[in-house]
Design a protein around this ligand. Structure first.
Ligand SMILES: Cc1cc2nc3c(=O)[nH]c(=O)nc-3n(C[C@H](O)[C@H](O)[C@H](O)COP(=O)(O)O)c2cc1C
Length: 349
């Protein structure tokens, strides 16, 4: 099914407050909108007369084999979308042959998500309660077989999400953050109070070094939008960087990933894996990101709508649809392997 139709189905199913929480951004939502449109600020320069009868999309992300250069971004509170929550997304991603990043704010514990699906998983870290508890989560993730630690650094405080404030959105009854200590106070269950508990205002580059040393999982820093920051993350011990505006949910108006990506690839050089997310909705968006030097892209909202509309199958279908669109766009552009996307395949519109 077309991704837009899946989105429509999800919107029809979800309560208004939940839909707005998932769909919304911060402040005037400039970055939210530009995340989608900025991929189209690039134009493809297709090559003809190449043999594209077979197109290969398989790759590795920090050594983990995946069927496509498209992974599932971490997103919070998935049982609000579907009763299976993160377990459903994990099964859907595995069925599509790719990896899922599980958020600290998951509503299914990271051990239970691991049990639900043997597919490859990364663990996304925020601060929970205190440093000791947070460190313990990192250890739990490694024990449960997660393959990388994704440190999200763009949430020193929660951005101002006006839709949630207007809706006075509360965590629905029965929805709990499963990786949080039992009975951690959530104030009035107002979403902003609940999520405020995970903010990382004290984190600095020294924490990148500390977490890299704490675990044998490779460390990815997510939320980087500048070349100098990307280089400092690597110097501090990160293995890879993930270009992201948090789906337009933190700084607004922040530079969109499609515009920031070339500077970051340039700063870190060709040997470091760089990922990008934000507004990736079409095969051409993925191919543009690869031409700009990304190893892979991640998608958030398309998988939210997939889970809400159809559970694990819905997530699988969204991912396979995007992969099919990438495959066709590659073939039409004379590219037969995701590792062989020339930089001159794109030009600024
Ligand atoms: C509802 C929602 C919740 C999110 N929760 C998290 C989170 O818990 N941790 C995190 O690192 N990023 C989180 N993100 C950001 C996503 O990982 C990702 O950067 C973003 O969704 C990509 O943009 P897209 O939704 O346009 O694909 C969230 C995004 C959304 C939409």
């Amino acid at each position: 099914m077309e991704l837009d139709a899946v989105h429509d189905q999800a919107r029809a199913r979800l309560p208004r407050g939940v839909y707005d929480y998932y769909a919304g951004g911060t402040e005037a939502e400039v970055t939210l909108g530009e995340s989608v449109t900025s991929w189209q600020r690039w134009r493809l320069r297709p090559r003809m007369l190449r043999d594209v009868s077979a197109v290969s999309m398989t790759t590795t992300l920090l050594g983990t084999p995946v069927s496509m250069p498209i992974g599932v971004a971490p997103w919070a509170l998935q049982r609000m979308a579907h009763p299976d929550g993160e377990a459903g997304t994990a099964r859907g991603a595995a069925a599509a042959g790719t990896l899922m990043t599980v958020s600290t704010t998951a509503t299914v514990s990271l051990a239970e998500v691991a049990t639900a699906s043997a597919g490859p998983k990364w663990f996304q870290l925020y601060r929970v309660k205190d440093p000791e508890y947070t460190d313990d989560l990192v250890r739990q993730a490694a024990e449960a077989g997660y393959r990388a630690l994704v440190m999200t650094v763009d949430l020193p405080f929660l951005g101002r999400r006006l839709r949630d404030l207007v809706n006075e959105f509360q965590l629905p009854q029965g929805i709990e953050m499963a990786n949080h200590p039992p009975k951690q106070a959530y104030g009035e269950r107002g979403l902003n109070q609940a999520l405020g508990t995970i903010a990382t205002a004290t984190w600095t580059f020294e924490d990148v070094t500390r977490f890299a040393a704490l675990t044998s999982m490779p460390l990815v820093v997510k939320g980087v939008l500048r070349g100098d920051d990307a280089q400092r993350c690597l110097d501090a011990g990160a293995s890879a960087v993930w270009v992201s505006t948090h789906g337009g949910r933190q700084v607004d108006p922040a530079i969109a990933s499609a515009i920031a990506l070339p500077e970051i690839v340039d700063a870190v050089g060709p040997d470091v894996e760089v990922y990008a997310d934000g507004g990736v909705r079409r095969g051409s968006d993925v191919l543009t990101a690869l031409a700009l030097g990304a190893r892979a892209v991640f998608v958030g909202r398309p998988t939210i709508w997939g889970l809400a509309a159809g559970g694990a199958d819905g997530v699988r279908d969204v991912l396979t649809e995007l992969a099919a669109a990438l495959e066709l766009t590659m073939a039409l552009c004379g590219v037969s392997d995701v590792h062989d996307v020339p930089a001159d395949l794109v030009v600024r519109a």
